[in-house]
Design a protein around this ligand. Structure first.
Ligand code: AR6
Length: 186
């Protein structure tokens, strides 16, 4: 894992690594509507958390989301065998060139932060939601994330970690932040 880069007076950390290894109050899962697991980061989280996570997700479907978790919504489970205490499951939008889904992606981040605050949590880590199988262009997704963090973090006690899978993604984030006028902390 590389050294963290930080922005926004240390409230926003960016690292490269595997989100399933992070000791956080919560990690966010880029799930799908079914909440039954899948590939990418969702598959990795389910594997690392163990079978109890799927059982907890089945209960969420039965009790709260019988038609599945909609795009931009969030749901909470324990982290089970993960080093993270909780998992916040959210569903990012599938990218479409002709439809602007930026608000749905922003909602994944906003609602995850709100849920973490409501639970009294202090640390939360996000993967780059929708930028894998769901095809969201990485730079556009970073733009959305940075705007949400700039809007929310000044009024929040949370420290947010963005956990990117590759060094290339980390560099891309740094470029977008700089283009938007956000300088790294010194
Ligand atoms: N840690 C951190 N980031 C990761 C990890 C990991 N262990 N594994 C992958 N990534 P994706 P989506 C990065 O496809 O686009 C699933 O099947 C990856 O490089 O996991 O929201 C679900 O069930 C990429 O940057 O999520 C849904 O059906 C980012 O995580 C669908 O994929 C997101 O990639 C959701 O697609």
């Amino acid at each position: 894992m590389t050294t963290a880069m930080t922005w926004m007076s240390g409230k926003l950390r960016v690292i490269q690594g595997d989100i399933t290894t992070l000791e956080m109050d919560a990690i966010v899962n880029a799930a799908n509507h079914s909440l039954m697991g899948g590939g990418g980061v969702d598959g990795a989280i389910h594997r690392a958390a163990g079978a109890e996570l799927k059982t907890a997700c089945q209960a969420l479907r039965r009790e709260q989301w019988p038609d599945g978790l909609p795009d931009g919504e969030v749901a909470l489970t324990p982290g089970f065998n993960l080093p993270a205490r909780h998992v916040i499951h959210t569903v990012g939008p599938v990218y479409a060139k002709t439809i602007d889904k930026s608000e749905l992606l922003a909602n994944c981040y906003r609602k995850s932060l709100a849920l973490a605050e409501q639970q009294g949590l202090h640390t939360i880590a996000f993967p780059a939601i929708s930028t894998g199988v769901y095809g969201y262009p990485f730079d556009q997704a970073c733009d959305i994330v940075i705007r949400v963090m700039a809007e929310k973090l000044p009024h929040s006690a949370l420290t947010v970690t963005l956990c990117f899978f590759s060094q290339k993604d980390m560099e891309a984030f740094r470029h977008v932040a700089s283009r938007l006028g956000y300088q790294r902390d010194r």
